[in-house]
Design a protein around this ligand. Structure first.
Ligand SMILES: [Zn+2]
Length: 186
């Protein structure tokens, strides 16, 4: 994972940032500096019930796949960018703006046999700005349920990774996108 650095002139500050973050640099949330590297998007999976591990794996897959954004569990009491809940409906994402929204890991699809890690990564993909690409092959994460229950691939393909890099790359340098609530089912 490479880091794009934008540092205000102090080598000492850079050294401290690298040390604190274990080799990766992040903007300190209470500093007035510009974002140093990946934009951190926090998620709260405390209401994801039996899907908690799948949700964490889905987030980890995105972190392995892209550089421009990092999904990180919210600290206790911290307001998260993404709320992730289990419910009995079909999996869906309610996006409010890039990197913000609510994900439902719906048991309806799980009960039909769809893979919980693929569902989790797919719904997080919506929050990261990706639309559904259906019908599509199993190699596409955003083909969702159209790839069938036998498809367990939880990884975004090259185009999907590039699109997320572009979304957050633009967000790092451009104006914040306007908030717009959109519900994406599946
Ligand atoms: Zn979808």
């Amino acid at each position: 994972m490479h880091s794009r650095m934008f540092v205000h002139g102090f080598t000492a500050a850079l050294t401290v940032a690298l040390t604190l973050a274990g080799g990766q640099a992040y903007a300190s949330p209470d500093s007035g500096d510009q974002l140093l590297a990946a934009r951190v998007v926090t998620y709260d999976a405390s209401a994801s019930a039996e899907f908690r591990a799948a949700v964490d794996r889905g987030a980890a897959i995105w972190n392995e796949s892209v550089d421009a954004v990092e999904l990180r569990p919210a600290a206790t009491g911290q307001r998260a960018n993404i709320r992730i809940l289990a419910d009995n409906g079909w999996p869906r994402a309610l996006t409010t703006s890039l990197g913000n929204g609510t994900v439902y890991i719906g048991r309806e699809a799980v009960n039909e046999g769809y893979d919980t890690v693929r569902i989790s990564a797919h719904e997080l993909g919506h929050i990261l700005g990706l639309p559904d690409r259906k019908p599509g092959p199993c190699t596409s994460l955003m083909s969702g349920s159209s790839a069938g229950v036998s498809c367990t691939n939880p990884y975004p393909n090259t185009a999907e990774k590039s699109e997320v890099e572009g979304n957050f790359g633009a967000a790092l340098t451009g104006p914040a996108p306007a908030a717009r609530a959109v519900e994406i089912v599946d």
